[in-house]
Design a protein around this ligand. Sequence first.
Ligand SMILES: Cc1ncc(COP(=O)(O)O)c(C=O)c1O
Length: 399
Amino acid sequence: MNAAPANASMPSLMPIYRRIDLAFEHGEGSWLFTKDGRRFLDFAAGIAVCGLGHAHPHLVHALQEQAARLWHVSNLFRIEPLERLADRLVAHSFADTAFLCNSGAEAIEASIKLVRRYHWAAGHPERHKIVTFEGSFHGRTMAGISAAGGGRLTEGYAPLLEGFVHLPFGDHEALRAALADPAVGAVLVEPIQGEGGIRPLPPQCLEGLREACDETGALLVYDEVQCGMGRTGHLFAYQHSGVTPDVMALAKGLGGGFPIGACLATARAASGMTPGSHGSTFGGNPLACSVANAVLDVMLEPGFLDGVAERARYLRAGLEGLRERHAAQLPEVRGLGLMLGLKLAVPNLEAAAALRANGLLTVPAGDNVLRLLPPLTVSEAEIDEALALIGRTFAGMGG
Ligand SMILES: Cc1ncc(COP(=O)(O)O)c(C=O)c1O
């Protein structure tokens, strides 16, 4: 319970979430435990945040070790864990340079500012428009909601930031037409839409986007806040297609539960980012960067990502089996790696509640989809248990 409200009509905790009445006391691996001893198999993972599960010993050690030495110094000084993290993100991606921040929204904000600054520095400040897609989600800052568009996120927040061109998902003609506008300076896209309902962009669409951007001189920006950091079985989702962006936003799984975000870019795209052009007090914080380095230690271990891909195939096969048996409720399984969506014919909120009552945590998404985002460390035995719970739940819902 919250502390006693000062005003009976307004709780002490601002009521912006529809919280489920469950409070977890601790977590271990793929499991969350309540004080009264109930345990839940966590296929939500903090919405694709706890990629290495709960209380991973290597992450706990890294945080404790750093906490005993140094919590914070300003970006006025060099920060060793930050420099190491930037080197490693650059070494393992398309990027030449990285800016570290504290969340996905800030990573998107940095990406948008970088795009504007790139064209400004190149003598084309008029190229300020950014193309985005219906169903996308880019965080809750004014720029993030303006980028995504759509009623629910933006209602009551006008005037929005101008300069975003919202296109239907997968409409190639509309994309060509939009990019013909000389004021368009970038395309911002999630290689796999998360909140929008686990909608992957096929590799040929990413190729088409890349070609179109190259033709017009627009920058291609990937939002891999949800689909990045090992979730699809590659370190980054774009690596499935090999189509590289100019800029990429990361967060969520990067810190395994510790708040951190990153904006990665090529040297060319970042050419406008000079001293004083952007910044963040906490961005690059030693605690956050030490944990992110520990996340990378695990994800870059030989065989780790192959193991993710293998367990993802196992889960997918099991889900396809359930789809055949419960087609009336579960007409489609979609997604990539361990970023999977169950497209439902029953209301996704009801299904999530029924699964929760049976001990499995999932995350609803748009398009009446239920997301399965287990820790990347989930075991085959845990996948078997989740599949059994899903089967039992759908059987109980009459299918
Ligand atoms: C694709 C994508 N971009 C951006 C964000 C915003 O991240 P954050 O909530 O850390 O600000 C999210 C969060 O769900 C996301 O899924």
